[in-house]
Design a protein around this ligand. Structure first.
Ligand SMILES: [Zn+2]
Ligand SMILES: [Zn+2]
Length: 444
C-alpha cells in the first residue's frame, strides 16, 4: 500500500464561492476533487487501494463504458488486490426506482461505489450510494450532461421523473482522450445541457422575484467565468477539438457544482428540462425510447427562448385574471396524457396551484421588472442554429419525436413539477401556443 494517500485539487475553491455570492447566504464549496490525466485509471485504482484496502468496492458500468475504460479499471483494481465487485448494467438502462432497488441490494457490505459512465450510470451510483450512506467516486466517460458534480439525481419514481437529493462524488477521475473521443451525439447533448443555464437562470430570477426571493448570482458568475471555453465554439466541439471538448467538460462540471452551491437545481434546470423529463416519463406509454437528456433539453431551450420572445411582445394591458381557468384546463388533460401515472403527476401540479393562482395579482404588479428579465434571453433561432453547428442533425425527426408528441410536451410539461418556470408564464398569458409554433418552424 502507498504510504501516503493522494489528494487532488477541488473543482471549486471556497474563495470563489464567497466572492461572487449576491444573496448573502452560505455556500460551502463542495469537496469534489478532480484528477485528470491519461493515467487516471491507474491513479484511481491506487487511490482506491490507499483508501479502501481491506474494504469492499462496487463498480458499475455498462457494455459501452466497459469497453472504453471499465474493463481496464476493473483489472487494475483486481491487480492491486482491492476487493471489487463488478455490477454490469445492461445497454438499455433506466434511472428508475426498480433499478435503484437492485443496486442498493448489491451495496450490502460495500464501502465505496464507483460509477464508470455518463448520465444514467452516474445517477444510479450516486443515488444508491447516498441512500446506503456509503462513499461514491466516479469516472466520467463523456461530456454529455452536468450531473457528475451535482447534489441531485434524476430518478423516475412511480413513473414520475424526480430530481432527488444525492451527495456528489467525493472524487472524479477523468481521462482527457476518453472525454475528447466521446461520440458526437454525446458531445452535442452536453453542449445543450450546459447552455440550459441561459434560460433556466432567468426562470430562477422570475421565481425569485415573484415568490422565493432566493436568487443568487454566484452560479451564473461561475458559468460566465468559463463559458468562453465552449459557448462560441460549437464546430470545434463537433470536430472533437481537445481544448473545446475539455472546455465543455469543465463547463459541465462547474454547472453541476453551481447547482450544489445553490442547494437547488434551479440555476441549471428550468422549463427547458421539463419537456425532456416529460418524454422520459412517457416512454412506457408511447414506446418511444428517449433521446439523450441534453438533446431533449436542447429542444426545451429553443421552446423556452420562444416563450421569452413572445412574452417580450405581450402587453401588460392584455393581462387578465385567468389562472383558475388555465390551471383547470391543464389539470383536465392529466388523466389522458398520463394514464396509470396520472395520480403522481396531478399531485405535482397541485403543489404549485397556490403559486399559479397568485399570477393574477403578481404579474401585473411586477410587469416592468419581468419585461427586463424576458429580454435577457436570446431569440430561439439563435439556439437552433448554435445546436446545429455542433454537426449532428438537430430536429424532431432526428430525435424520433412526432409533431404531436412535441406539442403535447410543450403545452403540458409544466404540470409535472412544482417549480414555476417560463412555461407557466407563457400558459398564463396565452402565448404558449404561439411560442410552440415559433419553435416548430425551427426544428421540424
Ligand atoms: Zn449567494
Ligand atoms: Zn440537464
Amino acid at each position: 500500500m502507498p504510504k501516503t494517500v493522494r489528494h487532488h485539487p477541488r473543482i471549486v475553491e471556497a474563495q470563489t464561492c464567497l466572492s461572487q455570492c449576491t444573496c448573502g447566504g452560505e455556500h460551502p464549496a463542495p469537496e469534489v476533487t478532480l484528477y485528470s490525466g491519461e493515467d487516471a485509471c491507474r491513479v484511481m485504482a491506487e487511490d482506491c487501494r490507499a483508501f479502501y484496502g481491506g474494504k469492499s468496492v462496487l463498480l458499475l458500468d455498462d457494455p459501452n463504458t466497459r469497453a472504453v475504460v471499465g474493463a481496464e479499471l476493473l483489472s487494475r483494481l483486481t491487480g492491486l488486490g482491492v476487493d471489487v465487485r463488478h455490477y454490469p448494467l445492461p445497454d438499455e438502462l433506466h434511472a428508475d426506482d426498480v433499478t435503484i432497488e437492485k443496486i442498493r441490494a448489491a451495496c450490502s457490505g460495500i464501502d465505496l461505489v464507483i460509477s464508470v459512465g455518463s448520465g444514467t450510470i452516474n445517477d444510479l451510483g450516486k443515488y444508491s450510494a447516498h441512500h446506503e450512506q456509503i462513499d461514491f467516486w466516479t469516472m466520467p466517460t463523456a461530456p454529455s450532461m452536468n450531473g457528475y458534480t451535482s447534489g441531485i439525481a434524476a430518478i423516475k419514481v412511480k413513473g414520475v421523473k424526480r430530481t432527488l437529493p444525492a451527495l456528489p462524488p467525493q472524487r472524479l477521475y477523468a481521462i482527457p482522450s476518453v472525454i475528447q473521443q466521446a461520440p458526437l451525439k454525446l458531445r452535442q447533448a452536453g453542449f445543450c445541457d450546459v447552455l440550459a443555464k441561459v434560460v433556466s437562470d432567468v426562470d430562477w430570477k422570475i421565481d425569485s422575484l415573484l415568490f422565493s426571493s432566493n436568487y443568487c448570482g454566484l452560479p451564473s458568475a461561475m458559468m460566465v467565468a468559463v463559458e468562453n471555453r465552449y459557448a462560441e465554439v460549437p464546430e470545434a466541439i463537433g470536430r472533437g477539438d481537445q481544448d473545446a471538448t475539455l472546455g465543455l467538460f469543465y463547463g459541465l462540471l462547474i454547472s453541476g457544482v453551481a447547482m450544489s452551491l445553490a442547494g437547488s437545481s434551479a440555476p441549471a434546470s428550468g422549463g427547458e428540462h421539463l419537456v425532456s423529463h416529460f418524454w422520459d416519463m412517457r416512454e412506457p406509454l408511447t414506446g418511444r425510447v428517449p433521446e439523450l437528456h441534453g438533446l431533449q433539453v436542447g429542444l426545451g431551450i429553443i421552446l423556452s427562448a420562444a416563450c421569452y420572445q413572445q412574452l417580450t411582445r405581450f402587453k401588460v394591458e392584455d393581462l387578465s385574471p385567468r389562472s383558475a381557468q388555465v390551471y383547470r384546463t391543464t389539470a383536465e388533460n392529466i388523466p389522458d396524457i398520463w394514464g396509470p401515472f396520472a395520480g403522481e403527476v396531478a399531485q405535482q401540479f397541485e403543489n404549485k396551484k397556490s403559486s399559479l393562482e397568485q399570477f393574477d395579482r403578481l404579474l401585473s404588479q411586477h410587469w416592468t421588472e419581468l419585461q427586463k428579465l424576458f429580454s435577457q434571453v436570446r431569440p430561439p433561432h439563435y439556439f437552433a442554429e448554435l445546436f446545429t453547428r455542433v454537426g449532428a442533425p438537430f430536429s424532431l425527426e432526428a430525435f424520433n419525436l412526432s409533431r404531436n408528441e412535441f406539442v403535447l410536451a410543450a403545452l403540458n410539461a409544466r404540470a409535472i413539477r412544482e417549480r414555476v418556470t417560463v412555461l407557466d408564464l407563457a400558459a398564463h398569458t396565452g402565448v404558449l401556443e404561439a411560442a410552440v409554433e415559433d419553435c416548430l418552424a425551427l426544428i421540424r
